[in-house]
Design a protein around this ligand. Structure first.
Ligand code: ZN
Ligand code: ZN
Length: 356
């Protein structure tokens, strides 16, 4: 079933006649339109895209099969006209996106019918990637892998975290990334205990660990990889903790498969680290979906009972963080297959390959 058919089935099944999509990622997912402004209306029969003059030409090329309406007034006035013209009654809106102010304006300008704030019907469909999405994700991951191999050669004591982040970002842009997937994390020495320590002017010194968490965006799709490097020979404690985190990740990667719940996968890594005495040092979920957003469904966490299915793409990223000492995180991107998973990211991660 194609994307629109899946999403239609979802909202029609909830008794709605139409759904209005304001989220840019949903606009792109459903129509292919990459412009930054506009909205999309799906009914049982119609596919309508509204955008302004700036995108007149682009929308025709990108949103194949859609009726294009040029936005010549406020979104609420234009939607009001569409609702009147098609006689729509029960209309859904993305409840996790539309602001109260927008909702009120839309409601005031509705000539007939009823607006309902509903869970985004694209979330389920977007959780399982189709062939085209997998191609784009593979490319986004390949760019990040290449970026890592470049930065591994480039990194040495004396550089600042910021210099490393900039070099990595510039390199990924040059080989095809449209942008970085998020603010690059380069956390060295004791700062590596900050799971989200963005790069600072701190100088990297010999003997320190450096955690780099980064990704590329390719045609809208995000990759997300983490590696922890050692500048010089690691201490016994650094070696020990690195091997424990790698073992926790390996356990999850070797056992993750469709039919398991997200909580069960999270438990595999968490229980292992717990038994090694590091349970309280792994304070975040094991992973998250990636796609048009850097963090999307399904989230691999102890609280999530969602059942994994083939075609889902998630990160697997256990970590151990010790305040004042530092931290280790290893993150890869995987696609769920019929019998398990395929690890998309190929950057090396054995301890010996992490020593500079
Ligand atoms: Zn990451
Ligand atoms: Zn991540």
């Amino acid at each position: 079933m194609d994307r629109i058919a899946k999403v239609r089935e979802k909202f029609l099944g909830q008794g709605l006649e139409a759904f209005v999509f304001f989220k840019p990622v949903n606009r792109r997912y459903l129509s292919g339109f990459t412009g930054t402004s506009g909205f999309l209306v799906l009914t049982k029969e119609e596919k309508i895209i509204v955008t302004d003059f700036r995108y007149r030409e682009q929308v025709k090329n990108e949103a194949d099969g859609f009726t294009v309406i040029e936005q010549d007034d406020t979104p609420e006035k234009v939607l009001g006209k569409i609702v009147a013209e098609y006689g729509l009654k029960r209309i859904g809106l993305e409840r996790d996106y539309v602001t109260l102010a927008a909702y009120e304006a839309l409601k005031e300008n509705l000539p007939c019918g009823e607006l309902m704030a509903i869970d985004d019907p694209c979330i389920e469909a977007r959780g399982i990637k189709d062939a085209e999405e997998l191609l784009l994700l593979r490319e986004a991951v390949a760019i990040a892998d290449e970026g890592f191999s470049h930065i591994r050669r480039y990194l040495h004591a004396g550089l600042t975290e910021r210099e490393i982040a900039l070099e990595l970002e510039f390199y990924m842009r040059r080989i095809g990334a449209e942008k970085c997937a998020f603010e690059t994390i380069v956390a060295s020495g004791p700062r590596s205990s900050l799971p989200h320590g963005v790069a600072t002017d701190k100088v990297i010194r010999s003997g320190e660990m450096v955690t780099i968490d980064f990704g590329a965006v390719y045609k809208g799709y995000h990759s997300d990889i983490t590696r922890t490097l050692f500048v010089g020979e690691p201490t016994d404690e650094q070696r020990n903790i690195y091997e424990k985190v790698l073992q926790a990740q390996t356990l999850a990667l070797e056992n993750i498969q469709p039919g398991m719940t997200c909580a069960e996968v999270d438990f595999l890594a968490r229980d292992y680290l717990d038994r090694q005495g590091y349970g309280k040092n792994f304070g975040h979920g094991l992973g998250h979906g990636i796609g048009l957003h850097i963090h999307e469904e399904p989230r691999l966490s102890l609280k999530n009972e969602t059942v994994l299915m083939p075609g889902m793409v998630v990160t697997v990223e256990p970590g151990v963080y010790i305040e004042g000492w530092g931290g280790v995180r290893i993150e890869d991107d995987v696609v769920l297959t019929a019998g398990g998973c395929e690890v998309l990211s190929k950057s090396p991660k054995t301890l010996s390959s992490m020593i500079l």
